[in-house]
Design a binder for this molecule. Structure first.
Ligand code: VGL
Ligand code: ZN
Length: 208
């Protein structure tokens, strides 16, 4: 793949809290920083996302007395996995990973701001109704193909990739520039769902 003017690199949630030592660490999450920076050099269009929750966010286990992290609860919009408190708006943990190049991005989009609704996806919140506006912003820039990288493969990357397909984009995920959390087989399931939806898998070395 040779990136051109209609291609955008979408960098998902490469934030301090998702790195080893962070509040919700993704195993080897720090290993994506180098590859993501190298990929950014190849794309004219880059967008970054940030998970960006208020302190009273519904996805935080400590906002559900008697519940533990990684348990699932039933919410009005469906099942919700409870997580350790992470990526609180303005906190150090919500910041971009040290060493991540943030200078080239033309668009930074924050998600998960509604205290009552989670948003793994950069496009559509977990109520499956509220749109972030990203699809429209990309269309207005003439983008038709998205290349995704970042964290975590089985949550924010996968949900963003699937919603991007639904929104009509050609979608690729960079195998070696993503890492997963893997709760109860979620990683294999995410790859299977992406494959079934026509999301392509590519290695960083195949881009350039
Ligand atoms: C994410 C769980 C909770 C992610 C965000 O970025 O994949 N996962 N919030
Ligand atoms: Zn989150």
């Amino acid at each position: 793949m040779t990136p051109g003017g209609a291609d955008l690199l979408l960098v998902i949630d490469v934030q301090v809290d998702f790195l080893p030592g962070g509040a919700l660490p993704v195993p080897e999450g720090d290993a994506v920083v180098g590859p993501v920076n190298a990929l950014q050099q190849q794309f004219r269009h880059v967008a970054l996302t940030q998970d960006w929750h208020p302190a009273d966010h519904v996805s935080f286990a400590d906002n559900h007395p008697g519940r533990a992290s990684f348990e699932s609860v039933a919410l009005p919009y469906g099942p919700q996995v409870l997580w350790p408190r992470h990526c609180v708006q303005g906190s150090k943990g919500a910041g971009f990973a040290p060493g991540l190049d943030t200078d080239r991005a033309g668009l930074v989009i924050r998600k998960g701001l509604d205290p009552r609704v989670d948003s793994y996806s950069a496009f559509l919140e977990a109520d499956r109704t509220t749109r972030t506006g990203l699809a429209g912003a990309l269309r207005e820039r003439g983008i038709t193909r998205l290349v995704l990288c970042g964290l975590a493969t089985d949550f924010c990357v996968a949900w963003s990739a699937l919603d991007a397909r639904d929104a009509g984009f050609d979608v690729w995920v960079v195998d070696d520039a993503v890492r997963g959390i893997d709760v109860d087989g979620s990683l294999a399931q995410a790859w299977a769902r992406m494959r079934a939806a026509g999301v392509h898998r590519i290695a960083a070395a195949e881009i350039g």
